[in-house]
Every structure is written in structure tokens, then in C-alpha cells.
Design a protein around this ligand. Structure first.
Ligand code: MG
Ligand code: MG
Length: 255
């Protein structure tokens, strides 16, 4: 069931989103050759604490998972798509790496979810384009997230753009409702038919999150039970914003 947020809750989400994006920007600045993914995690925990807030992913147990998620951040490098664990076999970043950072933040009981992908030093032209196009597909999806439109309008905008540039769209991974919990209804797929799915109503809060690859749609789950990788080893990019639906253009809460 889709839960509509009150105006008061949306105000809390706005402030949470403001804090959220400020943390993500600081994490992006920290990304450099020789820095480990664990250092990103430590910085995230410090910044969240300083703001008096709580990480949403730490100890979160998704349906079907064998253990709760062990860190505040998901950091996924190169062929890792999402849900990489930055403290278990931490990765030392190297020139040309593609690093996706995903954060969930709880501010006054309300949750925002947002992700960015950053290149380490100079990345290949193909990876630079992948990152840029993934971000662009998110913005195209957000543009369709208007009251009266349907979930399928968002899915179509992301999927059509991604396919036209030859990218893979990670099968089985999608956006979602958010706010009271990390994952709520509805699913927000990254490919779909215009006009299909739930109708968007003011007060709905959703996370839109294209996950694109330079190759396959196929994903594999690593032994850690969380990290999803591309089946063909191709690099992936991930961008995500939490937005609130209104009668007109949506509010990008994590901008
Ligand atoms: Mg996320
Ligand atoms: Mg999400």
C-alpha cells in the first residue's frame, strides 16, 4: 500500500534531504587515489553523528536477507552495481575506478535515500559517458514524476534513454517508495511502458534510481549476500534522488 506523507512530514524530509546531500557532496570530495572505501564509511558515520541523525542502512534487514546490513554506506566499485560493503575487504581506490556511493539517512524519524557515482582521477571516456548518462537518465525520470502521471512514465523516460545509448539496465533492481521505511510501495522500475502502473499523487515520496551498465542487464549476488555485480564484469553507475510528488514538478528532497 502506498502511504501519503503529510505536509509536516515532507518538511522534515526536506531538511533531512538537505543534510543528506551535503554529506554526499563531502563524501564525493573525499574520493581520490589511495583512499579506501572504509575511510568513506568512517567519514559518513562521523558526519551523520555530528548532525544528530542516524544511518538508515546500518542494521537494516531487507526481506530475505540472512543478516542485517553492516554499514551506513553502500560503496560499489567498477563492476559492483549496488550494496557493496565498504568495511569487508575495503577497496583502495585507483585511478580510473568508478565508485558509487549510496546513503540512507534518518532525520527526525523520516528516511531519505540518495546515491551518486564518482570517477577516481581520470576515468575512461566510456566510463565518463556512463556516469554522465546515468545521471541524465535520473533527471529525465524525475521530470516525469508529476502528479497525475504514472510510475510507467518515469520508467519509460529512464529506460528509453538508457537503451538509446546502448546501456544495460540491471534486471530486478528498481526504485521504491521511501520515508517511513527504507523500502515502501510502490516499485519504481527503470524500464517500462508510458501510462502504466500506479498513478502519482501529491504526498507520495519515492526514490528514483537508475542502475546502468556498459554491458549486460544480468546481475549476480556476491558471497557476502549483499553486493550485486554485473554478470559480464562491465562497469556500472548508480544515481538516486528521493523526491516528493506535488501537483506540478516534484520536489527533489536530496538535491
Ligand atoms: Mg539508495
Ligand atoms: Mg533506494
Amino acid at each position: 500500500m502506498i502511504k501519503i506523507k503529510t505536509q509536516e512530514e515532507i518538511e522534515i524530509l526536506k531538511e533531512g534531504g538537505r543534510r543528506h546531500s551535503s554529506i554526499l557532496k563531502k563524501l564525493a570530495k573525499k574520493v581520490a587515489v589511495g583512499v579506501s572505501t572504509e575511510e568513506l564509511e568512517n567519514l559518513a558515520v562521523k558526519l551523520i553523528k555530528e548532525g544528530g541523525d542516524t544511518p538508515a542502512f546500518l542494521n537494516y534487514k531487507p526481506y530475505g536477507a540472512k543478516r542485517p546490513f553492516p554499514t551506513a554506506l553502500c560503496v560499489s566499485v567498477n563492476n559492483e552495481i549496488v550494496h557493496g560493503i565498504p568495511t569487508e575487504s575495503p577497496h583502495i581506490m585507483q585511478e580510473g575506478d568508478v565508485v558509487s556511493i549510496d546513503l540512507g539517512l534518518i532525520h527526525q524519524g523520516m528516511i531519505t535515500d540518495s546515491a551518486i557515482t564518482v570517477g577516481v582521477g581520470k576515468v575512461s571516456e566510456e566510463d565518463r559517458k556512463l556516469i554522465e548518462h546515468c545521471k541524465e537518465s535520473l533527471m529525465l525520470g524525475i521530470k516525469q514524476a508529476r502528479g497525475g502521471n504514472h510510475i510507467g512514465d518515469i520508467s519509460d523516460a529512464i529506460g528509453s534513454f538508457a537503451r538509446s545509448h546502448g546501456y544495460g539496465i540491471c534486471a530486478g533492481l528498481s526504485g521504491h517508495g521511501v520515508g517511513y521505511k527504507v523500502h515502501e510501495d510502490p516499485y519504481v522500475p527503470n524500464e517500462g511502458r508510458k501510462g502504466s502502473g500506479e498513478k502519482l499523487k501529491p504526498g507520495m515520496v519515492i526514490a528514483i534510481e537508475p542502475m546502468l551498465t556498459r554491458g549486460t542487464d544480468k546481475i549476480v549476488l556476491a558471497k557476502d549476500g549483499y553486493t550485486y555485480k554485473t554478470a559480464d564484469g562491465s562497469n556500472a553507475s548508480h544515481f538516486e534522488h528521493t523526491i516528493a510528488i506535488t501537483d506540478g514538478a516534484p520536489i527533489i528532497l536530496t538535491k
